[in-house]
Design a protein around this ligand. Structure first.
Ligand code: CAA
Length: 262
């Protein structure tokens, strides 16, 4: 497996765990990290062993405390645009890849860190975690999709207030807003995420990737186009051995043994 400097990857059965590992800078996202994360996710998408991915931060303090301010400080507008485009490539990949990604938010998820979590399919959060888009405090704005994903996730009014004030909010508030799926003690966070990843691995992989794609497209497609795509992908699942196996196993009252991973 490729080795990286800013992230660690562990494969645990069918689950890949990516740990963002710049603990001294609270796992802040510099260009190298954004690139390495993008390359690693592309590799994991192609790795047939892996059925779900967990993304977390090293240490007890931060998931990711944002874009790396030291690196960003002297960027020209053109370089800042390139950095933002790198970030968009990463968060778009997370949304578009077929394998589900769970953000296990173990501490601060601020700025680019909040945006990274927002792109993941589920967010599980430690009860001491803190969320926010504080970029206005630095004289800038979110650059990794936060201005677009936050209102889609929690509604325009709340998103306007949080993005304009830069307020930092608790995991409990994030749960109340519908931003996170689950809040639990920090000591239980990885176990909860791993259990969900293992549960996903029991399902048909093609069905999982189609389900993810369709629900994601609901954010951008008109209802009629979304329903048309659903009809097409529903039909396509009937071309897979997994659909035959899943339905046969049900009728034979036994667990299904899925194989395909397209
Ligand atoms: N970039 C670079 N370094 C960072 C960082 C960041 N985003 N966040 C923290 N660090 C560094 C600190 O500079 C400090 O380094 P030193 O030990 O060398 O001084 C170290 O991490 C520990 O941080 P603090 O001493 O500040 O820790 P704290 O507990 O007092 O505060 C915190 C924690 C509230 C998260 C605070 O670090 C903080 O506010 N960080 C910045 C958060 C932020 O503004 N994020 C948005 C960045 S802009 C962005 O993300 C744009 C985008 O969309 C891509």
């Amino acid at each position: 497996m490729t080795s990286y400097e800013t992230i660690r990857i562990a494969i645990d059965g069918t689950t890949a765990i990516i740990t963002i590992a710049r603990e001294k800078a609270l796992n802040a996202l510099n260009r190298q990290l954004v690139n390495e994360l993008t390359w690693a996710l592309r590799d994991l998408e192609a790795d047939a062993r892996v059925r779900a991915i967990i993304l977390t931060g090293a240490g007890e303090k931060a998931f990711v405390a944002g874009g790396d301010i030291t690196e960003m400080k002297n960027l020209s507008p053109a370089e800042a645009g390139t950095f933002s485009a790198l970030g968009h490539t990463l968060v778009d990949l997370i949304e578009q890849m077929g394998k589900p990604i769970i953000a296990a938010v173990n501490g601060f998820a601020l700025g680019g860190g909040c945006e990274l979590a927002l792109a993941c399919d589920f967010i599980y959060s430690a009860e001491n975690a803190k969320f926010g888009l504080p970029e206005v405090n630095l004289g800038t704005i979110p650059g990794f999709g936060g201005t677009q994903r936050l209102p889609r996730r929690i509604g325009m009014q709340r998103a306007l207030e949080l993005t304009i004030t830069g307020d930092i909010f608790s995991a409990q508030e994030a749960f109340r807003l519908g931003l996170v799926n689950l809040v639990c003690p920090a000591t239980e966070l990885m176990d909860r995420a791993k259990k969900t990843a293992q549960k996903i691995a029991q399902k048909g992989p093609t069905a999982v990737s189609y389900a993810k794609r369709l629900v994601r497209r609901a954010e951008v497609l008109p209802l009629s186009a979304g329903n048309e795509l659903e009809r097409e992908l529903f039909a396509l699942t009937f071309a897979t051995a997994d659909q035959k196996e899943g339905m046969t196993a049900f009728l034979e009252k036994r667990p299904a043994k899925f194989s395909s991973s397209s």
